[in-house]
Write a protein that binds this ligand. Structure first.
Ligand code: GRG
Length: 300
C-alpha cells in the first residue's frame, strides 16, 4: 500500500538545505594538502556538481532514526566520495570509456588516466578516513558498523561485483535475473549503505534497519530503471553525461527487456513498495518518502 507524503512537507526547500550542508562539508573535507596535482584531480570530480542524492539519503535516514543530522555529515561525505570514485573509474577507457560526466570532461580527460585512477583511490580511502578519524561525537561501535557497511557496499559484494558482471555481460543476451543482480550490486548496494549508515549513526533498532533495507532495495532498482530510461530518452546536455551509451555498448537494460512503458510501471511499483516499508515510521519519514518519489520523477 502506498504511503502518502504530507503536502505540508516542502521537499524543494529540504533538498536545497540538505544540498547546501553537503556541499560545505565536501569542500571542507578536501583541505589544503599535497601533492597539489592529486588534490586538484580529487576536487575536480568531488566538487563538480551531481545531485548529491547519496549523502542526502544518509542524512534523511539519520533524521528518521532520531539522530542528530550533523553527526552523520562525515559519513554522508564518505558516501559521496565512494560514489565519485566509482564514477571516475567507470569512465576510464578500460571500463565505460566516457568523456563527459556531470556536464564536464571526465577526470582522465583532464588529468590523464594514471592521475584519475589515483584520484579515485585517494577518494575511496579518504572515505574510510572520514568515518574512522573525522566523525567526532559518534560512539566507536557505531562507526565500526558504518565501516563494515561501507566495505560491503563498495567491494566485491557490492559495487565491484556488480561492475564485473556488467562488463562481462556486454554484447550478450542477459536475462532479467542477471540484470537485477547487476543493478542491485552496481547501483543498489551503495544506495542501501546510504540509508543504513545514516540510521546506524543514530543507533537505529533492528526493525528500522530491516525496513530501510527493504526501502533501499526498492529505490535502488527503481533508480537504475529510471537511469536506463533516461539514457534512451534524455539528451547528453540535460544528463551531463553521454546519452544513448547503453545502445552503443550493446547493454541489456530494462527498456530493452520490458519496453519503456512497462519499465516505468515497474519503477513506480518498486517505489511504492519502498515507501510502504517505512509505514511504521511514517511520522518522521517525509524526507525519505519524498526522495523515493524524486527518483522516479527526476529528469537527469
Ligand atoms: C574500486 C571499490 C571500487 C569500485 C569501482 C567502477 C565501479 C567499481 C563501479 C561502477 C559503479 C557505477 C558507476 C554505477 C552507476 C551508478 C549510477 C547510476 C550513477 C549515476 O548516479 P547519479 O545519477 O549521478 O546519482 P550524480 O552525478 O547526480 O551524482
Amino acid at each position: 500500500m502506498a504511503v502518502a507524503v504530507s503536502t505540508e512537507f516542502d521537499f524543494a526547500a529540504y533538498l536545497e538545505s540538505a544540498r547546501g550542508q553537503v556541499e560545505l562539508a565536501l569542500e571542507a573535507a578536501l583541505g589544503p594538502e599535497r601533492p597539489e596535482s592529486l588534490r586538484e584531480a580529487m576536487r575536480y570530480s568531488l566538487l563538480g556538481g551531481g545531485k548529491r542524492l547519496r549523502p542526502i539519503l544518509c542524512l534523511a535516514a539519520c533524521e528518521l532514526a532520531g539522530g542528530e543530522v550533523a553527526l552523520a555529515l562525515p559519513t554522508a561525505v564518505a558516501l559521496e566520495m565512494i560514489h565519485t570514485m566509482s564514477l571516475i573509474h567507470d569512465d576510464l577507457p578500460a571500463m565505460d570509456n566516457d568523456d563527459l560526466r556531470r556536464g564536464r570532461p571526465t577526470n582522465h580527460k583532464v588529468y590523464g588516466e594514471a592521475q584519475a585512477i589515483l584520484a579515485g583511490d585517494a577518494l575511496l580511502t579518504r572515505a574510510f578516513e572520514m568515518v574512522a578519524l573525522r566523525s567526532p561525537g559518534v560512539p566507536a561501535e557505531r562507526l565500526l558498523q558504518v565501516v563494515g557497511e561501507l566495505s560491503l557496499s563498495a567491494g566485491a559484494p557490492g559495487l565491484v561485483g556488480g561492475q564485473v558482471v556488467d562488463l562481462e555481460s556486454e554484447g550478450k543476451d542477459v536475462d532479467l535475473d542477471t540484470l537485477e543482480y547487476i543493478h542491485l550490486h552496481k547501483t543498489g548496494a551503495l544506495l542501501q549503505a546510504c540509508v543504513l549508515t545514516g540510521a546506524m549513526i543514530a543507533g537505529a533498532s533492528e526493525p528500522l534497519l530491516q525496513g530501510l533495507r527493504t526501502y533501499s532495495r526498492g529505490i535502488g532498482l527503481a533508480f537504475q530503471i529510471i537511469d536506463d530510461i533516461l539514457d534512451l530518452t534524455a539528451s547528453s546536455e540535460v544528463l551531463g553525461k553521454t546519452a544513448g551509451k547503453d545502445l552503443t555498448a550493446d547493454k541489456t537494460t530494462y527498456p530493452k527487456l520490458l519496453g519503456l512503458e512497462e519499465s516505468r510501471q515497474r519503477a513506480e511499483a518498486l517505489v511504492a513498495e519502498a515507501k510502504a516499508a517505512l509505514q511504521p515510521w511514517q511520522a518522521n519519514a517525509q524526507p525519505l518518502l519524498a526522495l523515493a518519489d524524486y527518483i522516479t520523477s527526476r529528469d537527469r
